[in-house]
Design a protein around this ligand. Structure first.
Ligand code: NAD
Ligand code: DAU
Length: 361
């Protein structure tokens, strides 16, 4: 066994940031297995196209024949599982893909990894890690005065997306408990940063603002999310991979709770300063309150004490520094956004916003 790792979903938002940082730090070969759904984008990885330490494989985590071949060929010391359907609103429109990838896909991945791991020699078996990247949404919703989610908070997923992630977390837990597979699970709060698909709040607002379109706020905009800069999440995953205790769960968060409306107003003010509207009016004029998300979780907040205390990880970016980097990246990478929003994306906007009577096309 060598220092090669297999990353799944490495052409998506967080996976891309993880793979780019891994390559930049020269940490070893990455075999990047991605199905390239609408959310996967090879353009994200263009700077690695001549890097022999990045091997892209187009495929599904549910394909056990492919997985058996990749595992045998590359003999990885770890598998990091990012692959998932990740957008809550899409899971409300059509949950099936979420069950297929997040539950059945993770199950097939675990089976393949278990078969590979079972044949390793004792030293390699001990060193091997399966790291499952999960979400704070599995814990459900908090009231405004509730304590933040710790690792022992009871699971109470509320959307088809979070239910499918919860199911995958339970499978990972069971594979450790039953078979001894050396697993690690991270449950992280809302990420933001470069390469974030513009169906999610922050990149959607930046994109719509610059395009002169309404900025859709669900319900009252008072729902709270705990935002973490994506590179901090990737650093946490590397730390867990390196020194995390086998079988454990680590919550990862930014200690940075904000109501959605505040996030959107911050973005508007930043754009007013960096790229003022031609008519001189504030971008906040484009804010539009729209029909709420079904079953919308009120508040997420992560208590990231355990990973700080036991593994020495804490976020490096504040919201101010992270959001500045993010807005700059979107302003400098308008082609990336335009390429994405010219295709299937339009169908999503029509289905989700326009069919509900919002004029966002
Ligand atoms: P994303 O939707 O941007 O990317 C998902 C990637 O997985 C895409 O490249 C897609 O092509 C790939 N994929 C989907 N189905 C696949 C399959 N069957 N086989 C192989 N590849 C497949 O998602 P993201 O925001 O980067 O999230 C990555 C992971 O982190 C997910 O597991 C998500 O649940 C978790 N997570 C996300 C956040 C967040 O704020 N975005 C926070 C906490 C946890
Ligand atoms: O908490 C971690 C989760 O964060 C991840 O597991 C998910 O994969 C990721 O998509 C994200 O889920 P959210 O639903 O919190 O993110 P989203 O960007 O879709 O929405 C953030 C908040 O903004 C949420 O309260 C809904 C609201 N929202 C979102 C959109 C797209 C709006 O008000 N208007 C919008 O148009």
């Amino acid at each position: 066994m060598n220092q090669t790792i297999i990353v799944t979903g490495g052409a998506g938002f967080i996976g891309t940031n993880f793979v780019l940082a891994w390559a930049k730090q020269g940490l070893g070969t990455v075999v990047n297995l991605d199905k390239l759904t609408y959310a996967g984008n090879l353009e994200n990885l263009v700077e690695l196209q001549h890097n022999p330490q990045h091997i892209f494989v187009h495929g599904d985590i549910g394909d056990q024949v492919l997985l058996a071949r990749l595992l045998a060929e590359h003999q990885p010391c770890a598998v990091v599982n990012f692959a998932a359907e990740s957008h809550v609103d899409r899971s409300i429109h059509g949950p099936e893909d979420f069950i297929q990838t997040n539950v059945v896909g993770t199950f097939h991945l675990l089976e393949s990894v278990r078969a590979y791991w079972g044949k390793l020699n004792e030293v390699d078996k001990k060193a091997f890690r399966f790291l499952h990247v999960s979400t704070d949404e599995v814990y459900g919703s908090l009231g405004k005065d509730d304590a933040a989610f710790t690792e022992t908070h009871a699971y109470a997923p509320n959307s088809p997306y979070s239910a499918s992630k919860a199911a995958s977390d339970h499978l990972v837990r069971a594979y450790h408990h039953t078979y001894g597979l050396p697993t690690l699970t991270t449950n992280c709060s809302n990420n933001y940063g470069p390469h974030h698909f513009p169906e999610k709040l922050i990149p959607l607002v930046i994109h719509n603002a610059l395009a002169g379109k309404p900025l859709p706020i669900y319900g009252t905009g008072q729902q709270i999310r705990d935002w973490l800069y994506v590179e901090d999440h990737c650093a946490a995953i590397r730390r867990v991979l390196e020194v995390g205790k086998v079988g454990e769960v680590y919550n990862v968060g930014g200690w940075n709770e904000k109501p959605n409306i505040e996030v959107v107003k911050i973005l508007c003010r930043m754009l007013d300063a960096k790229k003022p509207r031609a008519d001189g009016k504030p971008y906040a004029d484009q804010i539009t309150f729209v029909e709420d998300r079904l079953g919308h979780d009120q508040r997420y907040a992560i208590d990231a004490t355990k990973i700080a205390r036991e593994l020495g990880w804490k976020p490096q970016e504040t919201f101010e520094t992270g959001i500045e980097k993010t807005v700059n990246w979107y302003l400098e990478n308008q082609d990336w956004v335009n390429n994405i929003t010219s295709g299937d994306y339009r169908h999503w906007v029509e289905k989700h916003y326009v069919e509900r009577g919002e004029e966002l096309a």
